[in-house]
Ligand binder design. Structure first.
Ligand code: HDE
Length: 724
């Protein structure tokens, strides 16, 4: 047992699917003949009273009344998918875990992404940490990495978890705000806990507004251990790095999407998997031999610290891929239950004080969320045999036969396993010390790595952190909160503190709270993760048309985008057929757009393209929504492409002297600030697009390249993005 096929077969054994041959029954199997009318006593035309006797009706209503289970206390909003893990290089030097040593295996997995603070119905694109929880169904049992997209955490000790979560969730007196950290309690907590400063910087960075779940890193955050066949132990941190690069939304876009499409991230994941563009992550480990535990100026068991990659490089040994959407949300994504305590032989815990508490919490929370037999639910069930003397409890499914339910027993039935049989052997760790409520001295440095993170960001990223703090503290209306927090920022960076204090009305600090060590580290700025080779797989491109559009330009770009695995989506002035310049509405079918301009806004796309056509551009130039589309995409730093007459539309919409557009004499494409235009888009100049997906006098090549860079930061650096 253990392959993806086995897990799928196991899941399938619990599935039913309505079809034309199935019939509605009660929960107990009796076929029903009507589920539309409650059994009642009528009198001719006069409707009469309903009968309590109607067990069918009562069952239907009573099942509905009990449909809801408690949502997760944190990470309530999420979405998941199935996939596989492949090991590319054995890590047998550090572990004897089968999943990390046997390169012939393919291990099935389920991955659930989530936001932390919002309730189940909240929006996907809020500023928040994202959960990245992976359940590997290994041959030796389930192994869960319950991680986040940020490598550190707010607190060092699990006992503080209820405090940070209470402080971040809606305030108790009025249940405001929903899914936001922008309020007094949260920032009061952050100030009162300087250990949270590092994570707060990450949460204010673009990491907290990802473009897609598929474009985020995942981190195990806590320090675990690996044990090899020789019995040697290494400390380890787990990493997942996305193939598509690490990309974010811009804040204005995230805010708008929260209203325009609250399911944006959910739909993005489903769409990519449905289109066969399977998201992939490299799986990596950072390891430190046990004997080197104390070699660093931070405690390697402190979850508020990263292990800087210059000191401890990430060794990529495997790959995960998501390749199947769920069959049903509730029984799979909602009922999946992760536990940091679920590990397999060859993997162990460390004394990380956050991890130790988590190991208690996850199991406990599943008991109140799902009930005592939650491990029997299909999504949580291991693929290897489960045999023990745990018994009974509500909703027990397994029927354990035989006379014994204890060990040892007179039949010697079901003894514990030996090491050779694959038993989990606890690492014989020597422990000695004073029983006290305290942590080691190295846990006391709370600022160095906050500086390390901030120092490592690019100018653009730094300005986004500043803007995020200005936004968040503006939502705090108690001066003690924003004043003290503005001061704290001076411990990290003076310009940051001054900018924020000035904006939010705090006292402007005149000097650094502590000297800047000026160190930077690899792996912290997300600009390092721009895709190695220009690629636009799954990038959503809006192609905007009105009656009279140029069919050749439209087709050439549409087809080329398809070849390059992008997702072109046609946006028309209406969703009923739109006719090209050379089409006749009474005889031709025209093009049926996927959406109209009001239905899907520019926020939902990575790039826009507008083909020419005299009539079409005349219509669009007089359409406020179309002009706004272009301006908004420009403001959100997206790639914009226009051919032929469409260049006029850009002239009207953007109107910025710094942005050069192609002129009538240009036969080569012009690219300026991520706007790619080709005015003289004679069919000859676009001819090659479809086959070679480049060329077209450079138009498509430039357009694709700009798109592959995710956003045109230069627009923002030169102050153009806020001017349209
Ligand atoms: Fe969690 N966390 N957590 N957490 N966490 C939960 O378990 C908890 C922490 C994370 O998609 C809960 O099943 C404590 C760090 C994810 O189902 C709960 C502490 C990290 C998910 C819980 C932490 C996480 C949870 C609520 C401090 C990143 C969603 C529902 C010691 C490494 C899993 C549930 C899913 C969920 C407790 C801190 C990630 C209450 C006590 C650090 C991704 O048990």
């Amino acid at each position: 047992m253990g392959s993806t096929k086995d897990k799928n077969a196991q899941l399938a054994s619990n599935m039913v699917e309505p079809n034309q041959n199935t019939r509605i029954t009660t929960d107990f199997g009796t076929k029903q003949n009507s589920t539309d009318d409650w059994l009642r006593v009528n009198n001719g035309d006069q409707i009469g009273p309903g009968l309590l006797e109607d067990g069918f009706a009562r069952e239907k209503i009573h099942r509905f009344d009990h449909e809801r289970i408690p949502e997760r206390a944190v990470h309530a909003r999420g979405t998941g998918a199935f996939g596989t893990f492949k090991l590319l290089e054995s890590a047998e030097d550090v572990t004897h875990a089968g999943i990390l040593t046997d390169t012939s295996r393919e291990t099935p997995l389920f991955l659930r992404f989530s936001t932390v603070l919002g309730s189940r119905g909240s929006a996907d694109t809020v500023r928040d940490v994202r959960g990245f929880a992976v359940k590997f169904y290994t041959e030796e049992g389930n192994w869960d990495i319950v991680g986040n997209n940020i490598p550190v955490f707010f607190i060092q000790d699990a006992i503080k978890f209820p405090d940070i979560i209470h402080a971040g969730k809606p305030e108790p007196h009025n249940e405001v705000p929903q899914a936001q950290s922008a309020h007094n309690n949260f920032w009061d907590f952050i100030f009162m806990h300087s250990e949270a400063t590092h994570m707060a910087m990450w949460a204010m960075s673009d990491r907290a507004i990802p473009r897609s779940y598929r474009m985020m890193q995942g981190f195990g955050v806590n320090t675990f251990t690996l044990i090899n066949a020789k019995g040697e132990r290494h400390f380890v941190k787990f990493h997942f790095t996305p193939e598509l690069g690490v990309h974010s939304l811009v804040w204005d876009e995230a805010l708008k999407l929260a209203g325009q499409d609250p399911d944006f991230h959910r739909k993005d994941l489903i769409e990519a998997i449905d289109n066969g563009v399977f998201p992939k992550w490299k799986f990596g480990i950072q390891t430190i031999p046990e004997s080197n535990e104390h070699d660093f100026d931070f405690d390697i068991l402190d979850a508020t610290k990263v292990w800087p990659e210059d000191l401890i490089p990430v060794r990529y040994i495997g790959e995960i891929e998501l390749n199947r959407n769920v069959d049903e949300f509730f029984t799979q994504t909602e009922q999946v239950a992760f536990c940091t305590g679920h590990i397999v032989p060859g993997i162990g815990f460390s004394d990380d004080p956050l991890l130790q508490g988590r190991n208690f919490s996850y199991f406990d929370t599943q008991l109140s969320r799902l009930g005592v037999n939650w491990q029997e639910l299909p999504i949580n069930k291991p693929v290897c045999p489960v045999m023990n003397f745990n018994r009974d409890g509500a909703m027990r499914h397994t029927i354990s036969k035989g006379k014994v339910n204890y060990w040892p027993n007179r039949f010697e039935a079901q003894p514990p396993a030996t090491e050779e049989e694959g038993a989990y052997i606890d690492y014989p760790q020597k422990v000695q010390g004073i029983k006290e409520r305290a942590k080691s001295v190295k846990f006391k440095d709370h600022i160095s790595q906050a500086q390390l993170f901030y120092n490592s960001l690019s100018e653009v990223e730094k300005s986004h952190v500043q803007a995020a703090l200005c936004f968040e503290l503006d939502h705090c209306d108690e001066p003690v909160v924003y004043e003290r927090m503005s001061q704290r920022l001076a411990d990290i960076d003076l310009t940051l503190a001054q900018t924020v204090a000035n904006m939010v009305g705090g006292p402007v600090p005149q000097q650094l709270g502590r000297a800047n060590h000026c160190r930077t580290s690899k792996g912290l700025s997300q600009l390092e993760f721009i895709d190695e080779k220009p690629r636009i797989d799954s990038r959503r491109v809006a192609i905007i048309i009105a009656d009279g559009f140029d069919a050749f330009e439209f087709n050439a770009v549409y087809e080329a985008l398809k070849i390059l695995k992008a997702t072109p989506i046609v946006i028309g002035t209406r969703r009923s057929p739109i006719f090209a310049a050379d089409q006749n509405p009474s005889t031709d079918k025209g093009i049926v757009p996927d959406h109209h301009l009001e239905g899907q806004r520019s926020t939902m796309f990575d790039a826009i393209f507008i083909p020419g056509g005299e009539e079409s551009i005349k219509t669009l130039s007089n359409n406020g929504r179309a002009l706004h589309y272009v301006r908004e995409a420009f403001g959100h730093l997206k790639a914009i492409g226009a051919t032929g007459e469409a260049v006029h539309l850009l002239e009207k919409a953007i109107q910025l002297p710094g942005v050069m557009l192609s002129t009538a004499n240009d036969t080569e494409a012009v690219e300026s600030y991520g706007v790619v235009t080709l005015k003289n888009a004679h069919p000859e100049s676009l001819k090659e697009i479809v086959t070679v997906a480049k060329s077209a006098k450079g138009f498509l090549e430039r357009f694709v390249y700009v798109m592959s860079q995710h956003r045109c930061w230069q627009r923002e650096l030169d102050g153009l993005s806020t001017m349209v």
